[in-house]
Write a protein that binds this ligand. Structure first.
Ligand SMILES: Cc1cc2nc3c(=O)[nH]c(=O)nc-3n(C[C@H](O)[C@H](O)[C@H](O)COP(=O)(O)OP(=O)(O)OC[C@H]3O[C@@H](n4cnc5c(N)ncnc54)[C@H](O)[C@@H]3O)c2cc1C
Length: 439
């Protein structure tokens, strides 16, 4: 049976289905503008993939744990919610790479998606070997005719910088970020790369120019105490502005939307089309291991797709990445591993993988606590699945990651609040899927 929170006067003008970040942002904006809003959520809590969980007595983000700084949208939202002083940058410890064979190596820090900007730099040579680095440097001599942009990132890098650059650098990063091999990542999903390639004629120069165009400071930020604090504050605002929240009510189909009051906004995947997507399993370990105090792999390790030494595709050393978490953990270490395919006996496999990737011994009694969490990353709706007239926000239409989704949800709310004539003629923005984050 569903439970309802909040009261409001008058007929419902808007019903938002789904209480993840997208639904919360839209519901809050509409309610702040004085409109009567009802939010329907299938589970017994708000936030969706922005969630938290106690592991080893520490309250940890159990889904998203950072946000992209581009566009400043999430930071702006955090400031509006009174969390401006709580925005933090990750430590400047870089990430590492676990190659197919051999020990982990530092990831060259000046690339984009692993594509080196300086193929003959010491850290790039360390990963590619001298022959591989010299082959990558040939990129500067190969003309760019720009005839084919409908190719994969893998194919482009292979042509211009050689196989080693793809397999040893780009594949581990793209695999860690998108769960894809670069051969399966269309070039046009890497925003701005082909344009800059056309402009500069070399891939390394294009990467350098992309990096120069990035805002100063870190590409991602977090919130002291966890990204999940956004949800706590959004939920508090819904209460303040009188939004009725119905928990444990699942809207089963597109047809069922017709029974809802007012203008309906779909902020949940799986309603307009069957839920498709990829599963991600997270294993979180809280560890007692003084050897990890030295943070041997910086903020974490990205794993080459064909590496058989471990099953994880990436590891984050969360207490090395976030100073606030290090303080909270009081000497213990938090490590998070992600898996595309969940292995049997995840707890043991995660302990073993952490040991290999971090390069320290982690006997079973080093594990203070373990938690498993599985998420689905929903695929984008196809044009055919986007029913005319139904307003949709969230990951299935708004792109990947909080920065894209919040930008899209803000724009959707503004359109809904625009005077009737304007609202009829305008269309909601659709950000390209894949513009953003990992997970
Ligand atoms: C493991 C992981 C790590 C991530 N890390 C990052 C990161 O570090 N940075 C970043 O920017 N992004 C990250 N992301 C992505 C980001 O968390 C999501 O893109 C974003 O939170 C999606 O928000 P949403 O509102 O679209 O959907 P969701 O969060 O999926 O919310 C949808 C809501 O709708 C509800 N619902 C579903 N079906 C129904 C129904 N039929 N009826 C009613 N309610 C329904 C759900 O219960 C849920 O509350 C990560 C994602 C995962 C899984």
């Amino acid at each position: 049976m569903s439970t309802t929170e909040g009261t409001t006067e008058g007929a419902t003008e808007f019903t938002v289905v789904g209480g993840g970040i997208a639904g919360l942002v839209v519901a809050r904006k509409l309610a702040m503008a004085g409109r009567t809003v009802r939010l329907i959520e299938a589970s017994d809590h708000l936030g969706g993939t922005v969630a938290s969980r106690l592991v080893g007595g520490i309250n940890l983000d159990s889904g998203a744990e950072s946000f992209a700084t581009r566009g400043n949208t999430v930071a702006e939202l955090a400031r509006e919610l009174g969390l401006g002083d709580e925005i933090v940058s990750p430590s400047d410890e870089g990430a590492w790479l676990q190659p197919v064979t051999g020990a982990a190596l530092p990831l060259p820090s000046t690339g984009v998606l692993g594509i080196p900007s300086t193929p003959l730099s010491v850290d790039t040579i360390a990963v590619l070997g001298l022959a591989g680095a010299l082959r990558a440097q040939l990129d500067s001599l190969i003309p760019w005719f720009g005839r084919r942009t409908d190719i994969s990132l893998g194919k482009l890098v292979r042509r211009r910088m050689g196989k080693a650059a793809v397999e040893k650098l780009v594949a581990p990063v793209v695999h860690g970020v998108y769960s894809l091999h670069p051969n399966d990542l269309p070039l046009d999903r890497v925003a701005g790369l082909t344009e800059r390639l056309a402009l500069h004629g070399s891939l390394a120069m294009a990467v350098r120019s992309l990096r120069d165009a990035m805002p100063a400071g870190t590409a991602v930020q977090g919130i002291r105490g966890g990204i999940n604090r956004l949800v706590t504050e959004l939920a508090a605002d819904l209460k303040t502005y009188g939004v009725i929240v119905e928990f444990e009510r699942r809207i089963e189909s597109a047809e069922a939307l017709a029974d809802l009051d007012g203008t309906v906004i779909v902020a949940a995947p799986g309603i307009l089309a069957p839920l498709r997507g990829r599963a991600v399993t997270l294993a979180t370990l809280v560890l007692n291991s003084p050897e990890l105090d030295a943070e041997p792999r910086g903020s974490g390790v990205l794993v080459a797709p064909d590496c058989t030494a471990v099953s994880a595709r990436a590891l984050t050393h969360s207490t090395a990445k976030w100073q606030w978490l290090k303080e909270l953990a009081e000497g213990r270490h938090v490590v998070r591993l992600s898996y595309n395919t969940e292995p049997e006996n995840l707890a043991e496999v995660a302990r073993h993988d952490a040991e290999v990737l971090l390069g320290v011994e982690l006997p079973p009694d080093a594990v203070v606590d373990f938690a498993r969490q599985q998420w689905i990353r929903p695929a984008a709706l196809t044009a055919a699945e986007r029913t005319d007239g139904v307003i949709v926000v969230g990951e299935t239409v708004g792109g990947t990651g909080l920065a894209s989704i919040v930008t899209h949800a803000n724009a959707a709310a503004e359109r809904l609040l625009a005077p009737a004539e304007e609202a009829k003629t305008g269309s909601l923005p659709v950000c390209p899927q894949g513009a953003g984050e990992n997970g």
